[in-house]
Design a protein around this ligand. Sequence first.
Ligand code: FAD
Length: 458
Amino acid sequence: MTSASELLALRAELTGTLLLPGDTDYEAARRPWNLSVDQHPAAIAEPADVADLQAILRFAAAAGLGVTVQPNGHGANGDLRGVVLVRPARFDSLAVDTQARVLRAGAGVNWGRALDELDGTGLVALAGSNAEVNVVALAIAGGHSMFSRRYGITARSIISVELVDAAGVVHRVSDADDAELIWALRGGGGLFGIVTEIELALYPGDAIFGGGLTFPAESAEAVITAALELARDEPELGVDIGMMRFPDVEHLPPHLRGRTVATVNLVHLGDEATGRAFADRITSVAEPIADALTNFTIGGLAAVAAEPVDPMPSAEFGAAITGLDAAFAREFVDAFLSGADRGLMRCGIRLLGGAIADELGADRAVVGAMQADGLVSAGVLLFDPTIDVDAAFAPLRELVAKHPGGRPLPSFLGSGATLAGAYDPDVLERLAAVKQRVDPGGVIRSNRPLGWLDQTVG
Ligand SMILES: Cc1cc2nc3c(=O)[nH]c(=O)nc-3n(C[C@H](O)[C@H](O)[C@H](O)COP(=O)(O)OP(=O)(O)OC[C@H]3O[C@@H](n4cnc5c(N)ncnc54)[C@H](O)[C@@H]3O)c2cc1C
């Protein structure tokens, strides 16, 4: 057990801050974005620089503690006893090289800030749907973007990473420097070191049209059928289908309050007329209750999904799915409604295909080329403690079992999952070998441990 005086000595060594249990700000600082995870780290560090990170890693190794980085905690997944929690906010560097088409982001940068920086450049990065998610965290966990059917999974756009390994050594990791380590970082998550900065490829995207369409539940089957057909015909179009059940609470707009709705989000890299023609294939089968389709710039991407940004308690379910044939839409609607009666709040399916399935260069990333049709992501809000989470997700589990699509990206794994949920045993073995090389003592912990054989390497 590490003594308070040892931790106080570490605090004295840092330029940044270190909060310990009992400190006034510790309670607020330990809270992750997902408030259902009750984490109690041994200490919470906000390092000022690489030297601070090196001191933390040295201290942790000597004291038998783990170290984990958690910029926001959307993916928080454990109680963190015996672990120093690193908040990387001060690693806030951000630069766009429009000539080389590269985004360089520090470990503390969220997507909202990165996309604002890209506004006006005519370039896009493979960002996710939420501005409050961290750039590094999403990219190293796989990362699905509404641009992925055009340009691929985010992890495959990682050019290089600057990383402090468990021994405190700083590396610039790229295909040329360490092909095996960068392979692991392209989807293996935070197991292999503390990433201080990442370089991601940028892609052309000066005209963007898209947004969300919302329909009454009665139209769900027709609308989802039309969206699946559209996605099949247009493999580069970003398409996300879903259903939501909203509580009857005052702060919601009247068209959503207490209602169950179907949603289709579209993102087209191109002109409005073509994008509108795509959308017409859906709005011609049913009248939307809300149509938020518009031309937008990259800085406005988060408005497409319009997800909540405030911390909340939730349980998540994620899976890959395939066989989205003509009968699927009815099955999906039935599964959602039956889950919603037991507390399921939302379920979305991000359509895959297009560049996501591209085999060229896939061997340079552990995420590889995904062949499934869709990524399922569902959530239950845990404000009501009587909700049985397993029962709420059960109809979706049955649906996925009927349409098995292999394993999802790590960034789409559900609550409690390990990397064993995302990769086959032979891939886990290869990841374990990389982990053994760069962190033999298992000091660096990820929200997604390997979950396979030897827990000490996770
Ligand atoms: C509302 C919402 C929307 C989302 N949308 C998408 C989406 O569109 N596409 C998608 O792919 N995913 C999406 N996700 C999932 C998201 O990518 C994961 O939750 C991911 O973990 C990032 O969340 P975060 O920024 O809160 O990271 P955290 O939960 O804070 O961190 C997650 C893990 O990342 C690792 N990590 C983070 N930073 C570092 C670092 N500097 N060095 C080493 N390891 C590090 C650590 O292992 C850490 O445990 C979404 C999640 C939510 C809740």
